[in-house]
Ligand binder design. Structure first.
Ligand SMILES: [Zn+2]
Length: 167
C-alpha cells in the first residue's frame, strides 16, 4: 500500500526551480564586452575591406583612420614586418609603450629600450636592420608607431632618467 502506484518517480521532479537559480543567463552579460568602444563611431566609416585596402597601401594611415587595432591592419602589419610586427602589437596590447617626460620607452622581455624618431638602441636595430630600407624597424619602434596611432601610449608624468639608472 505504501508504495502505491509508484507513479510519482522522484526522478521526474521538475528541475526548473533548482537550475534556474544557477542562472546560466549570467553569461549573456559578457555580450556587452563586444561593444566596448563607444568612441569608435568614426572608425565605423571604414568597412573592413576599405581598411584592408588602406592598410595594404599604408598601414600607419589605416591604423590612424581606424583608431584601434583592427584585423585587416593587424594582418598587414604582420605581413610587412613579420615577427617584429606581432611582437609590437603584443607590446601595444599589453601597454608596454610608455612615454615619460624625456623619453619614449618600450618594455621588452628582458630590458627596456628608448625609441626616438623611429630609432632604437636595441641590438636588432643596431645590427639587423637594412639601413637602405627606412621602413624596416625593430619591434620597439614599430610598437611606438602603433601605440601612438591607437592612443595606447602609457603616459608617465616623470623623468625616465630619474626612474632608471641607465646613464
Ligand atoms: Zn628596438
Amino acid at each position: 500500500m505504501t508504495h502505491g502506484d509508484g507513479g510519482a518517480n522522484p526522478d521526474a521532479t521538475p528541475p526548473a526551480a533548482g537550475s534556474a537559480d544557477t542562472d546560466p543567463d549570467a553569461a549573456t552579460g559578457d555580450a556587452a564586452d563586444g561593444a566596448d568602444g563607444p568612441a569608435t563611431d568614426d572608425a565605423a566609416e571604414l568597412t573592413p575591406g576599405e581598411l584592408a585596402d588602406l592598410a595594404a597601401d599604408d598601414w600607419r594611415a589605416a591604423l590612424a583612420a581606424a583608431g584601434e587595432l583592427r584585423p585587416p591592419v593587424v594582418a598587414e602589419i604582420i605581413t610587412v614586418h613579420g615577427d617584429r610586427g606581432s611582437r609590437a602589437i603584443e607590446a601595444v596590447a599589453e601597454g608596454r609603450v610608455k612615454r615619460y617626460r624625456d623619453f619614449t620607452v618600450v618594455v621588452g622581455y628582458r630590458e627596456e629600450h628608448i625609441v626616438e624618431d623611429g630609432g632604437c638602441d636595441c641590438r636588432d636595430a643596431t645590427y639587423n636592420l637594412d639601413t637602405s630600407d627606412p621602413s624596416e624597424r625593430c619591434w620597439h619602434a614599430l610598437a611606438v608607431d602603433i601605440a601612438e596611432r591607437v592612443d595606447r601610449v602609457d603616459h608617465h608624468d616623470m623623468w625616465y632618467s630619474e626612474v632608471t639608472e641607465f646613464l
